[in-house]
Design a protein around this ligand. Structure first.
Ligand code: KG4
Ligand code: ZN
Length: 346
């Protein structure tokens, strides 16, 4: 395998990720998560995440270099997440990357986290066909993207107008008495009847489809599940967790898969790529596989370990950017918590 040797640093939320790639070949992907420190708060606490990144960055970097069996002096470039994400968390990774780039005299690439979620599939399935639609679903983002070139041309077709899909999973899990983060717990608990309760499918009505065809809304669904559970409690009934979890999950996965397939049909894309923590969901994968098959769309699903936040996704995006000969970032580049997906490189 050939290609540039790139280090990738990710610190936008609660995972400190350091990855090393050569071209499309994965050499190391070390992740230190602070998720356990957030469990008792039921969600990510930004200040705790920032401090955890500070403690984890150097040991994670050392582990990645040892796994890849490389010395930092061999690198062709350093890529780092510049946004979107939690400001304090982003600043830690970016400051670390800048220090390394300066000390080693290597080019620095401050890149977009969402583009990294798309690029990671290159490690598994090789070059992306163009155009390609990507469905990114995680605790922090839910969007449909149009990918012409992962290193140079990404546009947003739609995104959530309120909660992210993973956020809805986490909040509903809490209502059902399941631990944080709720996605994997609901995935496992949802063994009941998905038609037990017909929960609302956000932004799928006639008028919504005209104005928000590729947008999502999960806040009404979350409230609807909470009301259902409250009402059962009031009536002294036991909540059938397996049925309610399955019904909630069906509402989320139905909307995600229907809109993703619609986006492919509307744009003429023959390929759909999924990414983000919720992309690990088993029901979502089944529904998408069925619906993509019906419409002749090829579904690209990276392994779950690469769907969640990691440094390899940033490294491979950096590798694509370097291969295109794009200019490195300035040494004084700043993090941007709301970086739009169309800005792939700062
Ligand atoms: O991509 P990720 O690791 O971090 C963010 O950028 O947010 O995604 C974490 C989210 C959490 O909300 C978690 O509950 C959800 O992904 N998640 C899942 C599953 N595994 C993780 N949601 C549904 N089903 C799963 N199997
Ligand atoms: Zn992410």
């Amino acid at each position: 395998m050939t290609g540039p040797l790139i280090l990738g640093i990710e610190s936008s939320c609660d995972e400190t990720g350091v990855g090393i790639v050569r071209g499309h070949e994965l050499l190391a992907n070390e992740v230190a998560s602070s998720v356990d420190e957030h469990v008792r708060y039921g969600g990510v606490v930004p200040e705790i995440a920032s401090r955890a990144h500070l403690e984890a960055l150097v040991p994670t970097l050392e582990r990645a270099c040892a796994t890849a069996d490389i010395d930092l002096s061999q690198l062709d470039g350093i890529a780092v997440t510049a946004g979107p994400g939690l400001m304090g968390a982003l600043v830690v990774g970016l400051a670390g990357a800048k220090a390394l780039a300066y000390a080693l005299d290597k080019p620095l690439y401050a890149v977009n986290h969402l583009a990294g979620h798309v690029a990671v599939d290159l490690l598994e399935h090789g070059p992306l066909p163009a155009p390609c639609v990507a469905l990114l679903v995680s605790g922090g983002h839910t969007s449909l993207l149009m990918i012409q070139d992962v290193a140079d041309d990404i546009s947003e077709l739609g995104s959530t107008v309120d909660d992210a899909a993973g956020e809805a999973y986490d909040k509903v899990a809490r209502v059902l008495g399941l631990p944080y983060p709720g996605g994997p717990h609901i995935d496992r608990a949802a063994t009941g009847d998905p038609g037990f309760v017909t929960f609302p499918r956000g932004l799928t009505g006639q008028r919504d489809l005209r104005e928000h065809r590729f947008d999502f809304s999960f806040s009404g669904l979350k409230t609807s599940v909470a009301r259902w559970v409250e009402s059962a409690h009031r009536d002294g009934e036991e909540v059938p967790v397996a049925d309610v979890a399955a019904s909630f999950q069906e509402a989320v996965c139905d909307v995600l898969s229907a809109k993703a397939v619609d986006a492919c049909l509307a744009t003429g894309a023959h390929d759909l790529l999924i990414g983000g923590g919720v992309a690990a969901n088993r029901r979502l994968r089944v529904l998408l596989t069925e619906r993509c098959q019906q419409h002749g769309i090829a579904l690209r699903t990276p392994p779950p370990a690469l769907c969640t936040d990691n440094g390899a996704m940033i490294a491979v995006l950096g590798s694509e950017i370097v291969s295109r000969g794009r200019r490195p970032s300035d040494g004084d580049v700043a993090a941007s918590s709301s970086l739009p997906v169309s800005t792939i490189l700062l």
